[in-house]
Design a protein around this ligand. Structure first.
Ligand SMILES: *Cc1c(COP(=O)(O)O)cnc(C)c1O
Length: 378
């Protein structure tokens, strides 16, 4: 496992600096006043990434915890919640909203393209009495990225709060939470920020705080109750003991991210080169449009199974790429080119392994993927 290159769309590779940060001496995060200042500092670094003045809360748990917390804290039974579904994660939001008793209205959009804004606009003109709407920024299952700015603008026009799962986009593509007017956006540590799995974070607008507070029924949950986080700094109180070593790691990753002036340009350049490479070959990209600069989905050629491809790639070439979920399992392979994965040499090694493995499994590639990739970079 030691030199296995993890090119999945999360968890991503973790840098030496970040790993070292996790070994720092800890303190008691409930009692040490310095830890509260430290946590505030990490939160303000996340505000920089998200371009927001809204509160940013860091919670111990994976991305799903952020998603569930937003639903648990906002929803009262029978609240009307709009779920925009153009992928597996998008669809999954409906289950969480349902779990907390919402009256869920789900609008389906094709999975192989970004949400069509004109279509959404028409539907919203006809029905818009929603407390909030959810959508996924980057659908990690397919590599489709939605136009978060346009969608949020529309929702704001009708005073619908927005809850945006940006787990696999934050840090890899430009995001302007305040300018775009996003009420709750949530991320995870293990995607573009390249911290081990374990943390989720979310920003909460004043309007969202009002909705979280203005409830007639109590929040059905404790770990997922955002109300408990409102005055953590003033009261020097966390609802539970913080995962201090994970937060050390996040802090180190954020320092690295902030110092990297070329991060978005690098994601764009590498993602475009990967896509052009696939387009030049006799393989097919899954998405028709809305290609994310953080993850690419490629159709698995007929007659090859993900399992045998993965086994060959990991055992013979020490590179791991992912399959997809749900109905896409065994249909798509996904290469994560986000965060620490997003370097020319790592994509070169990945595409070379992919190229050789496909040939060994009997697929006749018409070009050499890694060589085409290099040409696309210039
Ligand atoms: C990774 C991810 C999450 C977190 O889910 P896990 O499958 O548990 O890692 C949530 N939403 C999106 C869009 C993600 O990419």
């Amino acid at each position: 496992m030691s030199d296995l290159l993890i090119m999945t769309p999360g968890p991503t590779e973790v840098s030496e600096e970040v790993r070292r940060a996790m070994s720092r001496k800890i303190t008691n995060p409930d009692l040490d006043p310095e830890f509260f200042e430290f946590y505030l500092g990490v939160s303000s670094k996340l505000q920089k990434v998200l371009k927001t003045k809204n509160d940013v809360i860091i919670m111990s748990g994976e991305g799903i915890l952020g998603l569930e917390s937003a639903c648990a804290s906002l929803i009262e039974p029978e609240d009307k919640v709009l779920v925009l579904d153009n992928g597996i994660f998008g669809r999954g939001f409906a289950d969480f909203a349902d779990l907390y008793g919402a009256n869920v209205v789900k609008w389906d959009f094709p999975y192989d393209e970004k949400i069509n804004i004109n279509k959404l606009e028409k539907k919203l003109a006809a029905e818009n009495d929603f407390k909030f709407a959810t959508f996924v920024h980057c659908e990690t299952s397919t590599g489709v990225i939605n136009d978060a700015k346009e969608i949020t603008n529309l929702l704001n026009k009708y005073n619908i709060l927005s809850v945006v799962d940006s787990v696999s986009a934050i840090g890899g593509v430009p995001i302007e939470v305040d300018k775009w007017g996003i009420d709750i956006i949530l991320g995870g540590s293990q995607k573009c920020l390249s911290v081990p799995p374990g943390l989720t974070f979310l920003s909460v607008s004043d309007k969202a705080w009002e909705a979280v507070n203005d409830r007639e029924t109590p929040v059905r949950g404790y770990y997922t109750n955002l109300q408990l986080w409102q005055n953590w700094y003033e009261e020097k109180y966390f609802p539970y003991t913080q995962a201090i070593s994970d937060i050390y790691a996040l802090d180190a990753a954020l320092d690295k991210w902030i110092a990297d002036q070329t991060i978005y340009a690098r994601h764009k350049k590498i993602a475009e080169a990967v896509r052009k490479t696939i387009k030049r070959s006799n393989l097919n990209l899954y998405a028709k449009n809305g290609h994310s600069d953080t993850v690419t989905s490629i159709e698995i050629p007929k007659g090859i199974s993900y399992q045998e491809l993965n086994q060959l790639m990991t055992e013979s070439y020490n590179v791991m790429i992912a399959s997809s979920l749900g109905e896409f399992e065994d249909r798509l392979i996904r290469i994560g080119h986000m965060g620490e994965n997003c370097y020319d040499a790592k994509l070169y090694r990945t595409l070379k392994a992919f190229d050789h493995s496909l040939r060994e499994l009997g697929f006749e590639l018409n070009v050499e993927l890694h060589k085409i990739f290099v040409n696309q970079l210039n």
